[in-house]
Design a protein around this ligand. Sequence first.
Ligand code: MG
Length: 386
Amino acid sequence: MMTQIKQRLAILGSTGSIGTQTLDIVRRYKERLEVTVLTARNHWEQLVAQALEFDPDSVVIANEAHYGAVREALAAYPIKVYAGEAALEQVVASEQVDTVVMALVGYSGLFPTASALRHGKRVALANKECLVVAGEIITRLSVEHHAPILPVDSEHSAIFQCLAGEHTAVEKVILTASGGPFLHKSPSDLRKVTVEEALNHPNWCMGAKVTVDSASLMNKGFEVIEARWLFGLRPEQIEVVIHPGSVIHSMVQFCDGAIKAQIGTPDMHLPIQYALSYPVRLPMEGQRVDFCALGNLEFLAPDVERFPNLSLAYECLRRGENAGAILNAANEVAVEAFLARKIGFTEIARINRQTLELSKIRPCASLEEYRQTDLEARALARTLLC
Ligand code: MG
């Protein structure tokens, strides 16, 4: 009997939304996929439970405060236990890893992603922020080390799926956006929205940070920058359309005017599985789209007056250099403050804009220089919180 060679996965952020859904797929396709590395930041008990189920070669608990607890819980098993952020950069380089599922939140994904690419690993990328911060370096590492980046973000997976089998340049891509929970709120109502309202996304179930980013359209802005780097596009080739139903996950328009759309129910299992099974598709159970039940599909232009974060992202794309890193740092500080109920919802875009205005946009030749930008922009954004 032929034995299938298994794809060995390092799942960074295994206890988060993307991480747990990746493990659902591993459970379904045990003959094709195996887990050799699992990592979490704080949810150490869940990490231990996952380790006991999937028997990885090693685990990392990024928050060192939980190291003792994880070590003790796994003491009877031949599973290596590491702690700290730096360990993430080491475990992705392991000989035991073919593919890194990069599901860390925010800036923390930058250095581990760079390390994975440098070691020639295939990266299934759910962490868009590493491309927002340092897209030029990340995509260059991918090319230099023959380490493909496979998009997990649903819009970019949709574009990637539409591009399969095509050999001509695209005219433009059309990113769809649900518009989030505040699509129809007036400017004065937007100022008063609560954390609970922001976390109540109409279509997608995701982590807190990306859910707030979706409500503020910062997520869509970041996805514009992500598309620029993943697909080598100019800013004017990337259009955003509000599509509240989230049935069309994104579209590609070709030079003859033909448009291909990828359509499906809003379920992240599909883009994750496609990134792991590419270039083939594997069966997946679950709901299918029923067009007759859907009736009409609605489309709207994004309102950048009420949601200025989208314009800020385009501005960063045009300015290039370290502008994306500044915007990302400001946004992480602002979203954290909003989730801690220190600032109102509309203050997020205000802090992002002011941090960009007050920062020096300059070229960065290395990841270290981007780290410096990140530190400076965070410090500046904190002074703007009040
Ligand atoms: Mg997305």
